[in-house]
Design a protein around this ligand. Structure first.
Ligand code: 3MF
Ligand code: MG
Ligand code: MG
Ligand code: MG
Length: 386
């Protein structure tokens, strides 16, 4: 029970299980799994796929011959295990050239290099069958707003995204781009800090249908926001192309905790959202094992992410089948009420009906809404006592 299978569409990044436990204050504590080791380990655990930044696989200074050797070794591991590469991304934040951003840099040489590096990553991903290309603007931001015009930054961001969409079409790659928002870290402030801000930008692009979002639990929580709400908005807009699952204590530094390890109730409603609305994309764990762990701990971490998702999925089924809970939800959604002539669509007739609608404001204001009972029942499902 709770053993992941390919159909669950769980994926991990090479950078997640490859993470050696370095942090800004401390040295690496373990050997992370190499790309080939990661493929074998993840396949054994029942994951569906593995994702990577260009330089997780191929070092930035690799020669074309080295690149070919690395990619063919990696491809060989994929073929042996059947693991897929559903998503690829590009590092536009690690190398010093990107210290003041990539697509939004003031320096046109940096902006050109960022595009060049991204299209090379798109080529590599396409070769391995990737269908989603994630863009996280890790250093698209600022500390000193005097030096970088935020209006120009938006124009540059848009120009780069439009260029990449054109390239995608010109090569017939068929990628969907998924933009990942984060409010801060590593910059003091990152542009387009939330999923909602990304959705706003997407609507202004030349090919808005080609571009969606990749929300991440930790990022929205760092901004003090409700992740479940952010994902719901993206899903309803048809823009949930990918998702980064992990966990995070609210409003702190970027923690990338194991999925479901901190905000259990929020994780439950997230799983419920994805399952109830039959999200078919990848469930990608963008997290890493605690710095206390050795390589066995990394395996426990990866297993735990998937197992927790599957446990919550079972809790969702229990919640959806619980008659008392469902009756309460039906009641608070006004299922028993009728407004005969009014359907909330504007028309001259419905306007008349609305204007003559007799509302007993005082009586309605005095009615209780049983959220307390509903929430307690939800908690009891999660506690395992119901
Ligand atoms: C940073 C992130 C990134 C992105 C990745 C794009 C290193 O907080 O979440 O992971 O997810 O760059 O996929
Ligand atoms: Mg395709
Ligand atoms: Mg992150
Ligand atoms: Mg992420």
């Amino acid at each position: 029970k709770f053993i992941p299978v390919k159909e669950d569409r769980f994926t991990f990044g090479l950078w997640t299980v490859g993470n050696p436990g370095r942090d800004p204050f401390g040295l690496p504590v373990r050997d992370g799994f190499s790309p080939v080791e990661a493929v074998h380990m993840l396949a054994e655990l029942g994951a569906y796929g593995v994702n990577f930044h260009d330089n997780d696989l191929v070092p930035i200074d690799a020669t074309p011959v080295e690149k070919q050797r690395i990619v063919s070794g990696f491809r060989c591991a994929l073929e042996q295990t059947g693991l897929k590469v559903p998503m690829v991304t590009v590092s536009l934040f690690t190398d010093p050239i990107f210290k003041d951003g990539a697509f939004t840099s003031n320096d046109p040489r940096v902006r050109a290099y960022a595009l060049q590096k991204t299209i090379e990553s798109m080529d590599l991903g396409a070769e391995l069958g990737a269908e989603v290309f994630v863009l996280w603007g890790g250093r698209e931001g600022s500390e000193v707003d005097a030096g970088k015009n935020a209006v120009e930054a938006m124009k540059r961001y848009r120009e780069a995204l439009n260029y990449l969409c054109e390239y995608n079409l010109s090569q017939k790659y068929g990628y969907k781009f998924a933009l990942e928002a984060k409010p801060n870290e590593p910059r003091a402030d990152i542009y387009l800090p939330t999923t909602g801000a990304m959705l706003g930008m997407i609507a202004t692009l030349d090919y808005p249908d080609m571009v969606g979002v990749n929300p991440e639990v930790a990022h929205e929580r760092m901004a003090g926001l409700n992740f479940y709400h952010a994902v719901a908005q993206a899903l309803e807009a048809g823009k949930l192309f990918h998702i980064d699952l992990n966990d995070q204590k609210m409003s702190r530094f970027d923690q990338d905790l194991r999925f479901g390890s901190d905000g259990i109730k929020e994780a439950f409603f997230l799983v419920k959202l994805l399952e109830d609305y039959q999200y078919t994309g990848m469930k990608h764990f963008d997290a890493h094992a605690l710095r206390t762990e050795d390589r066995q701990g990394v395996i426990e971490f990866a297993k735990g992410c998937m197992r927790t998702y599957l446990i919550l999925k079972e809790k969702v089924a229990q919640f959806n089948a619980d008659q008392e809970i469902q009756a309460l939800i039906a009641e608070m959604n006004g299922k028993k009420l009728e407004l005969p002539d009014f359907d909330f669509k504007f028309s001259p007739e419905s306007l008349k009906a609305l204007q003559s609608y007799q509302v007993d404001r005082t009586a309605i204001g005095a009615e209780g809404i049983p959220y307390e009972r509903l929430d307690q029942l939800t908690c009891e499902i999660l506690f395992g006592v119901r």
